[in-house]
Design a protein around this ligand. Structure first.
Ligand code: EPZ
Length: 418
């Protein structure tokens, strides 16, 4: 296993190119199953989760090649309908193949995803919506076994609560359904908008893109997708939080500031100077962070995927900050690890109270899930002394070569096997 060895504190200075968005790539990879032929996705980061999804698609008969940020998925010979447990259990997003398999093949056998580091993550909306589209679903030894009588049939469905994954899954399924599907209370994350736009360019008929009400007129077939993935807003936000913690000045390029309005606003409240252009953001910080009160919300609200990173910033703030995760009540595995670095964070259900400390002290900590681990790396760069972040495979799932890129900004960080 690998760990990071980080010596702090070090300011972050320089320029960094933001990679393609993991959470935009994954649904696009599943959407390749809606057509036979060569789907091409540009600006794809070389991440563990992307490589993993390639394995799942290959299990289903596709051929995948990722070279120089271009992902080619050839589904000419796609013939499988089964996504096995030993693959799905490692990545929840594997359930994205359910909709496309039911829509294209009329059958699917997809393992129910397990929980994740911070607790249960249900998939009832995915299943209820597929049944509303006419799929017959049964549970067999932990597998969702789905069959349709011919094509899926257009329907009306409302997501409660808003769900990014379920919106993506059902949108893909409805594209090939017979008739009209009306979806209400859809997620409007940019990654979903990107997916819908890519599907329309391939012949899908979708109205209301970017809004919470989407109407899909089913078609018999679509062409393979050709799409350039948007920048990863969460990766950009993570680097921005790093500057807020360590002070310094960093320009992020190839990023869309419009996707980061809520994060920019919180960082400005914290005391960052932020300037932007159409595809870059510069963050400058030369003071101790100010305390803030943040509640995570579905887009365009403050993203739950930035909760851990901003909490890490708040550990150094003047005064007391409050962080509530309204999306995942228990997404706080980073709290005990941050407290090992000298933070003073108390939990009460889904609300964390963060009493700002003058500084953090380096210590060995354990990465648990992707964003919690990123928060620990940022904290290590700000802490005085040596921080060991163990089990960094969690970070490799969603950040490409993060240690190399942070080192290029001045962080004293290296990867070592242990
Ligand atoms: C996506 O997960 C992201 N993953 C997550 O990012 C992100 O945290 C999450 O959306 C919220 O923004 C990908 O895009 C691959 P949800 P997803 O369905 O789709 C409840 C990361 O760090 N819910 O929007 O699984 C659920 O419990 C990852 O990159 C149901 O009740 O999240 C939660 O409370 C972590 N039933 C809320 O909806 C369902 O069937 C939002 O979850 C589905 C979800």
């Amino acid at each position: 296993m690998d760990r990071f060895v980080i010596q702090g504190p070090t300011p972050l200075e320089g320029e960094i190119a933001v990679g393609g968005a993991k959470n935009a790539v994954l649904p696009l990879m599943a959407a390749a199953l809606l057509a036979r032929g060569e789907t091409i996705v540009e600006n794809v980061p070389d991440l563990v989760d992307v490589r993993f999804f390639m394995t799942i698609l290959e299990e289903l008969g596709a051929r995948c090649v990722l070279e120089k940020s271009q992902l080619t998925i050839d589904t000419t010979n796609q013939d499988g309908c089964s996504a096995p447990y030993d693959l799905v259990r490692k990545m929840r997003a594997s359930i994205y193949v359910l909709g496309p398999l039911l829509a294209y093949h009329g059958e699917a056998r997809v393992s129910l995803p397990g929980g994740c580091a911070w607790g249960p993550r249900p998939v009832n909306l995915h299943l209820d919506a597929m049944q509303a589209l006419g799929a017959q679903l049964d549970l067999d030894e932990g597998y969702i076994v789905g069959k349709t009588q011919g094509r899926l049939i257009g329907t009306r469905f409302r997501f409660e609560p808003v769900s990014v994954g379920a919106t993506a899954n059902v949108l893909m399924a409805a594209v090939l359904a017979q008739g009209t599907t009306d979806l209400e209370n859809c997620a409007v994350e940019p990654e979903i908008t990107g997916l819908a736009e890519a599907l329309v360019r391939s012949g899908a008929k979708i109205e209301g893109i970017g809004t919470t009400s989407i109407r899909i007129e089913g078609v018999r077939e679509i062409a393979p997708l050709k799409h350039r993935v948007m920048a990863d807003r969460i990766e950009a936000g993570t680097f921005m939080a790093g500057v807020a913690m360590t002070t310094g000045r960093v320009t992020m390029t190839r990023v869309d500031p419009a996707h980061l309005r809520s994060v920019i606003s919180v960082l400005q409240d914290i005391g960052c100077e932020i300037t932007e252009d159409h595809d870059l953001i510069t963050v400058e910080m030369d003071r101790r962070p100010r305390s803030v009160e943040v509640v995570t919300r579905p887009y365009p609200g403050f993203p739950t995927d930035m909760q851990a990173q901003i909490m890490a910033v708040c550990t150094l703030a003047e005064g007391t900050s409050y962080m509530t995760d309204s999306i995942y009540q228990d997404r706080f595995t980073h709290v005990s690890e941050l407290n090992r670095l000298g933070a003073d964070i108390r939990l009460d259900g889904s609300k964390a109270t963060i009493i700002g400390a003058g500084q953090l002290q380096g210590a060995p900590v354990m990465a648990t899930d992707l964003r919690a681990s990123a928060a620990l790396v940022l904290a290590g760069a700000a802490a005085h002394g040596t921080t060991l972040v163990n089990r960094v495979y969690h970070i490799d799932r969603g950040y490409e070569k993060i240690e190399i890129r942070l080192a290029a900004l001045g962080a004293n960080i290296r990867r070592e096997a242990y």
